[in-house]
Write a protein that binds this ligand. Structure first.
Ligand code: GLA
Length: 383
């Protein structure tokens, strides 16, 4: 959908033209899963798939929200109704950002907004972060708030944590606001310093496939929160501010000190995953992206066996892709379904995609959606 199409759709819904059009992308994380709420490292790229929004400020403080993916109706909210826990459905993501801005002391008013997103929902590709971040950047521009990309991402994360009630880390929102085209963002989630690393897989004859298993994940279902509190408990028992503070050298002693296997497994994942991010960054800096392959597959094994957030469908994609010649593969995002990424040689891409699709048919699963990930630009104004 072009900015013109968004402008026309907005005008059809609200009867006048918008002030502008913005976009904020979904993401895939190359490596560094369930590390962001442990103060650790992540390495996401932004996808070309984005939430787009045509926005017109209102003279009052009402919000009117309409989505091309919705039921056709306009969700209308008074300022009073924009409070944590009070807004149901998809509208809580944009409304949450307006709440977070007001709660942070920005006296922003209302707006009419028309959304159109092509980020698959429930696929572990951060469709909700995209909806949040597009509102954050639009409001920043229209209200001349002067907020930086990191601040906007953190405001969107706060909307998700407090307004929506999902205790996520900051990766998805910061990927959506801060990623750059053609680059992967190596982010230290403790210091919030980011290094933008060139990622030119095509030049190395490689491709990154995304396989959306179509198994819907729902981070609000408690399993995510359980993992997070388990990690915090382990860090507390070890006398550390966060599991980030434990390096591979200290891991054996820490595992001996922890009282149960569940906490040991969570800790083992976080420590080894942070090390995998650092190894992936080294491979990229050395101009050897093919070396990412085994790192991805090892990351998946850790998420499956230690962190226990994979599922039969994501495991099947990883096994099938690797058996069909992928250099490596892993689930990406929160888990419990969602998507898998597979690093493949250009020449093997079709074969790997066909093998995964055939394996799903044989297992009686729905046909997965397969596409090539390109590192796209973070949130921005389109018109
Ligand atoms: C979800 C959360 C992120 C992160 C990932 C797992 O996407 O929103 O903050 O924790 O899961 O890496």
């Amino acid at each position: 959908m072009t900015p013109n199409e968004l402008t026309e759709a907005f005008t059809a819904v609200y009867g006048e033209a918008p002030d502008g059009v913005w976009a904020a992308p979904g993401r895939v994380n190359l490596i560094g899963e369930h590390t962001d709420y442990n103060d650790g490292f992540v390495l996401p790229i932004a996808l070309p798939h984005a939430a787009r929004a045509a926005v017109r400020l209102r003279a009052d403080d009402r919000l009117r929200l309409h989505s091309a993916q919705g039921d056709g109706g306009v969700v209308e909210l008074t300022a009073d109704q924009v409070r944590p826990g009070a807004v149901p459905g998809w509208a809580r993501y944009p409304a949450g950002v307006v709440w977070a801005l007001r709660d942070a002391g920005h006296p922003v008013g209302g707006a009419d907004i028309h959304f159109d997103s092509d980020v698959p929902t429930g696929a572990g590709l951060s469709s909700s972060a995209a909806l949040e971040c597009v509102v954050a950047v639009a409001y920043n521009d229209l209200w001349d708030l002067g907020l930086g990309r990191v601040e906007l991402g953190l405001l969107a994360q706060r909307a998700e944590n407090v307004f929506v009630g999902v205790p996520c880390g900051a990766m998805d929102q910061l990927a959506s606001t801060c990623c750059e085209a053609g680059r992967a963002m190596f982010l230290d989630t403790r210091t919030l310093t980011a290094r933008q690393l060139p990622v030119d897989l095509a030049a190395a004859g490689l491709r990154l496939l995304v396989v959306d298993t179509r198994v819907k994940h729902d981070l609000a279902d408690g399993a995510y929160a359980e993992r997070r509190s388990g990690c915090e408990k382990a860090a507390g028992l070890l006398g550390l501010p966060a599991l980030r503070d434990l390096g591979p050298a200290g891991l054996p002693a820490a595992l001996d000190a922890l009282p149960d296997e569940g906490l040991r497994a969570l800790t083992r994942h976080v420590v080894t995953e942070n090390a995998r991010v650092e190894a992936a960054v080294e491979a990229m800096l050395a101009g050897d992206p093919a070396a990412l392959g085994p790192i991805l597959t090892a990351g998946h094994a850790s998420l499956r066996d230690d962190f226990r957030v994979s599922c039969d469908e994501t495991d099947l994609v990883v096994e099938t892709a690797v058996a069909a010649g992928a250099l490596g593969a892993r689930m990406t995002g929160g888990g419990f379904g969602g998507s898998v990424i597979a690093l493949v040689a250009e020449a093997d891409a079709e074969h790997v995609a066909a093998a995964v699709t055939a394996a799903f048919t044989a297992a009686g699963y729905a046909t997965p959606r397969v596409f090539t990930a390109l590192a796209a630009q973070g949130a921005r104004r389109l018109a």
